[in-house]
Design a protein around this ligand. Structure first.
Ligand code: GRF
Length: 222
């Protein structure tokens, strides 16, 4: 009897970098212990901050983890990523620029999540609440989450997937952030799984090929 394809394909090994609380990291951990368990597994978690909640979550999940002492040191990062045989590197709320040598080594295998519909409200200095403050200041009616391939610049790589979120009358940066974060938690794991399985890929033409299925979700998460 022919084994299911999923069993024939080795699970992709995912490394994650996170600087903060790690709710996106938690969404990845839960997804790849659940619906995505045949596609990939999280094998390493790094942070530039020893006190990051992301490392607390890593330890609770029993996953190898390190404090990355010098986020600018490509050799240190690459050594760790090679030691865990990482196939994919995911930035889940990581606030440092990934060194160019790592970006090149992981071309087409390095993803970031951003809490707006890039290219709007992205770039250097646009992170966290600043993003949602800017969205409200500009009176945007729709914002959302973006997952993109990473290049040498903040938030500039090819877009892999996006999900819209309505801006509501009376929204504050905090209420908007909470709604966008929920969309991120849905979009990021599904996009990582699609890249891990090859359903979505960064082509030699620099364009993204393939689409991320977002089954059962309303057009605009409320
Ligand atoms: C998320 O909004 C992400 O888009 C941004 O930083 C935040 C991280 O949140 N890059 P968490 O640490 O995953 O909870």
């Amino acid at each position: 009897m022919k084994a299911p394809t999923a069993l024939l394909r080795a699970r992709a090994r995912i490394a994650i970098l996170a600087s903060g609380d790690g709710s996106n990291l938690q969404a990845l951990l839960e997804y790849f212990e659940g619906p995505g368990r045949d596609v990939a597994s999280v094998v390493w978690i790094g942070s530039n901050r020893a006190e990051a909640g992301a490392l607390v979550r890593a330890r609770a999940a029993g996953i190898a983890n390190d404090v990355v002492a010098d986020p600018d040191d490509a050799t240190e990062l690459l050594t760790r990523l090679r030691a865990v045989r990482a196939d994919l590197l995911v930035l889940a709320g990581y606030l440092k620029l990934v060194p160019a040598a790592v970006v090149h080594a992981f071309h087409g295998r390095l993803l970031n999540v951003h809490p707006s519909l890039l290219p709007a409200f992205g770039g250097d200095g646009m992170y966290g609440m600043r993003v949602h403050e800017a969205v409200l200041e500009h009176g945007a009616k729709v914002t959302g989450a973006t997952v993109h391939f990473v290049d040498e610049h903040f938030d500039r790589g090819a877009i892999a997937a996006q999900w819209p979120v309505s801006v509501r009358d009376g929204d504050t940066p905090a209420t908007l952030a909470e709604r966008v974060l929920r969309a991120e938690h849905l979009l990021l794991p599904r996009t990582v799984a699609a890249v891990a399985s090859g359903a979505v890929r960064l082509g030699a033409d620099g364009r993204v090929h393939g689409e991320v299925p977002m089954p059962g979700l309303p057009d605009i998460p409320q």
